[in-house]
Design a protein around this ligand. Structure first.
Ligand SMILES: *Cc1c(COP(=O)(O)O)cnc(C)c1O
Length: 361
């Protein structure tokens, strides 16, 4: 007997999709760090990423990477959020590579490395316009490179990278990649050797690989969304690959009420469960179902898509999802189960919910 709500994963299809994407990357000589923060570090999914061709695994959270090391994963672990100074001891114990943009953090990592008799590999993040993390000032970059090379002897500079399409919505373009390569080559001249990695951002950079326009020297990407759920590319980048399955992950929930009711709330309208006043459209009396699924499971109902094309979502509270079933061909009853596809944010929240079973089919 299944319990609801749960995440249902089609393992064969998920693995197929990862394989397809990673094969394209390999063909373009791009190595991939599989990013597991979106699935709360789920180890079986991490394993699938490795089996499908990821070179290493990464997350924004050390806890995920520590769990991988404890579970004897043999690949390198990458921390893709600039480390907190308060976590450098954990960092050097459980993380092989980190992305960095702050001098004081690097110094703290070096100190921790000395204490634990460890080495740590560093990728310097360069600001390229998206305005999240990254070194902005070229002179500062040179100083940091110099200190890593001469002063912080436990640190190995293995690459430079950038982050695009996260905060500032800046699209990774061929021009942005060339600008990154230019900076990387300056660093290479400064240190007198080639960098192992020039890391050209995340899922939003994949179109360059699929279109075969990724400049040759970009040899690394950090991929999460595309490997896990692959909604961004078809939706925002007009890049739908026919060879990919669309049914890799679903969230399934149970119906707890079905009634015909008005669609416009009656009484004095104030605020909803979250202090907002949404706009309600009056569609007259409609047949609605309530599911035992709420924002604590999926963050925001806008990030869900009902698999029944005739069903649409009215709204949600912490533990309830209200949908319209008037036009559906399915004879829904209380106790029936509905399936939903998820966008990244809903997936992230679902995996974070400790009570949510994750079932592999
Ligand atoms: C989350 C993250 C990624 C992965 O991004 P996706 O869009 O999920 O592929 C890559 N790099 C950094 C720095 C990240 O924080």
């Amino acid at each position: 007997m299944n319990s609801y709500p749960h995440i249902s994963i089609n393992k064969k299809h998920l693995s197929h999709n990862m394989h397809e994407i990673l094969t394209r990357c390999t063909r373009s000589h791009v190595k991939v760090t599989g990013i597991i923060k979106g699935c709360n570090g789920h180890e079986e999914i991490a394993k699938l990423m490795l089996e499908s061709g990821c070179e290493s695994l990464g997350s924004s959270r050390i806890t995920h990477l520590k769990a991988l090391k404890r579970a004897a994963f043999e690949c390198d672990t990458w921390l893709v959020r600039t480390p907190m100074i308060s976590e450098v001891n954990e960092l050097v114990k459980y993380v092989d590579v980190s992305l960095n943009s702050e001098e004081s953090v690097l110094e703290a990592i070096h100190t921790a490395c000395k204490m634990h008799k460890k080495n740590h590999q560093v990728v310097l993040m360069i600001e390229m316009g998206d305005l999240r993390e990254g070194i902005f000032d070229q002179v500062k970059l040179e100083e940091m490179v110099d200190k890593i090379e001469s002063q912080w002897t436990t640190l190995q500079l293995i690459g430079v990278g950038t982050n695009l399409g996260c905060y500032g919505s800046i699209r990774p373009t061929v021009e942005k990649m060339h600008a990154l390569i230019e900076i990387a080559e300056k660093v290479e001249r400064q240190i007198g050797r080639k960098l192992k990695y020039i890391s050209g951002s995340a899922t939003s950079s994949l179109p360059l690989i699929f279109k075969d326009t990724m400049p040759e020297r970009i040899n690394h990407l950090r991929l999460g969304e595309s490997l896990l759920i692959n909604k961004d590319l078809p939706l925002y980048h007009n890049m739908k690959l026919d060879t990919l399955y669309e049914d890799t992950m679903r969230i399934k929930a149970e119906i707890i009420e079905i009634k015909e009711k008005p669609t416009y709330p009656y009484g004095v309208i104030s605020v909803d469960a979250f202090g907002n006043t949404p706009v309600y459209e009056d569609r007259g009396i409609r047949k609605r179902a309530i599911l035992a699924l709420g924002r604590q499971d999926i963050s925001d109902h806008e990030k869900l898509m009902p698999m029944d094309p005739e069903v649409f979502i009215y709204g949600s509270s912490s533990d309830h999802l209200i949908v319209d079933i008037t036009d559906s061909k399915e004879p829904y009853q209380v106790g029936d189960v509905m399936s939903f596809d998820m966008f990244y944010q809903a997936m992230l929240q679902a995996f974070l919910n400790q009570e949510m079973p994750i079932l592999f089919e």
